[in-house]
Design a protein around this ligand. Structure first.
Ligand SMILES: Nc1ncnc2c1ncn2[C@@H]1O[C@H](COP(=O)(O)OP(=O)(O)OP(=O)(O)O)[C@@H](O)[C@H]1O
Length: 318
């Protein structure tokens, strides 16, 4: 699939490193780029280095190695050139909670040149009806929406969203996705971090999965999932054993496990494996109860990276 965006790299990250006091290397040389009008998702296990990376992109800290360019500028040393063109939604907003939603937005708008009307920003995130409510009375999900409204006030060309839908209910999450898509369609470049694989799969044009400070895999969601096997599971019909099934390697099955009478198969040829099993069942006159076919997914890629990592850790500690 062709990635969205133009050849212009709005975000360029090259061999980026971040080392915390005590010498802990949280970001260990990562490189990627994001084109104008693209949505790029950073995924990762807990502590993988997502927030540490995003803070460097936002210019909040100076990298310990490598370089970042946002709209062609260094976001740390050329903050004045970059900041007015970017919108940032941090994990913790931390507003004065006694102010109302509209007062908070107005205060924020005062710090932004060419801010869009406050009412418009609140309407974009579905908070128009809460303008007079004090921030401390908002629910967690509503605060998240307010964070997003503030990030949108300056009509940014580049938007950094750190876990934008954490704490939102299913409807709020979908509303946020629609909004991000609309912003992207209007040309905004979006970099987001998320723990929700479904969010990255549905929203991102390209993504990277970080693990222990490095990019373990990156590409379009289709490219990343294409490398993963699909899964089939079913219950063995009564009176049958695994040996009675058609030879699994002839079905393109790469591995399998049996749990009581439940059979789980992994294959890179879902249609061939499913057809082989169904034809066998039809001929034998039996039913494959609980039959479940799952295409390769981002979840599989993510779990694969976590599995590999824990196997390596076990090797090291053995
Ligand atoms: N100020 C700090 N000093 C020392 N270590 C830190 C500091 N901030 C973060 N770390 C460590 O750096 C690593 C990466 O943290 P980071 O917050 O970037 O991960 P993350 O991918 O955003 O994690 P999560 O998904 O849990 O939010 C973690 O091991 C964390 O403990």
């Amino acid at each position: 699939m062709e990635a969205r965006g133009t050849n212009e790299h709005v975000i360029e990250v090259t061999d980026l490193r971040r080392v915390y006091g005590g010498g802990f290397e949280a970001v260990r040389g990562i490189s990627f780029h994001v084109g104008r009008g693209e949505v790029f998702a950073l995924l990762g296990t807990n502590g993988a280095g997502k927030t540490s990376t995003v803070e460097l992109l936002e210019g909040l800290e100076r990298p310990d190695g490598g370089r970042v360019r946002i709209l062609g500028h260094d976001p740390y040393t050329e903050r004045a050139a970059v900041r007015p063109r970017t919108g940032v939604m941090l994990q913790e907003g931390g507003f004065p909670s006694e102010l109302s939603v509209a007062e908070t937005a107005r205060m924020w708008a005062g710090c932004v040149s060419g801010a869009r009307p406050v009412a418009e920003a609140l309407a974009l995130v579905g908070l128009a009806g809460k303008a007079g409510v004090r921030v401390k009375q908002l629910s967690g999900g509503e605060r998240r929406r307010l964070d997003l409204a503030l990030a949108l006030l300056g009509e940014p060309e580049v938007l950094f969203l750190d876990e934008p839908t954490t704490g939102l209910d299913a409807e709020g999450r979908r509303d946020t996705w629609d909004l991000v898509r609309a912003l992207r369609d209007a040309g905004t470049t979006v970099l987001l971090t998320t723990h929700y694989l479904e969010e990255a799969e549905g929203l991102a044009d390209r993504l990277a999965i970080l693990h222990q400070g490095r990019i373990a895999v990156s590409g379009t969601p289709a490219e990343v999932t294409a490398e993963q096997p699909s899964r089939i599971s079913f219950r063995l019909p009564d009176g049958y054993f695994v040996g009675d099934l058609p030879p699994l390697d002839a079905l393109g099955v790469c591995d399998h496990e049996i749990d009581g009478r439940l059979v789980r198969l992994r294959t890179r040829e879902l249609q061939r494996a499913a057809t082989g099993l169904l034809v066998w069942a039809e001929r034998a006159g039996v039913e494959l109860r609980g039959l479940d076919l799952r295409s390769a997914s981002l979840e599989e890629a993510f779990l694969g990276i976590a599995r590999e990592a824990s196997a390596k850790n076990e090797e090291v500690s053995a």
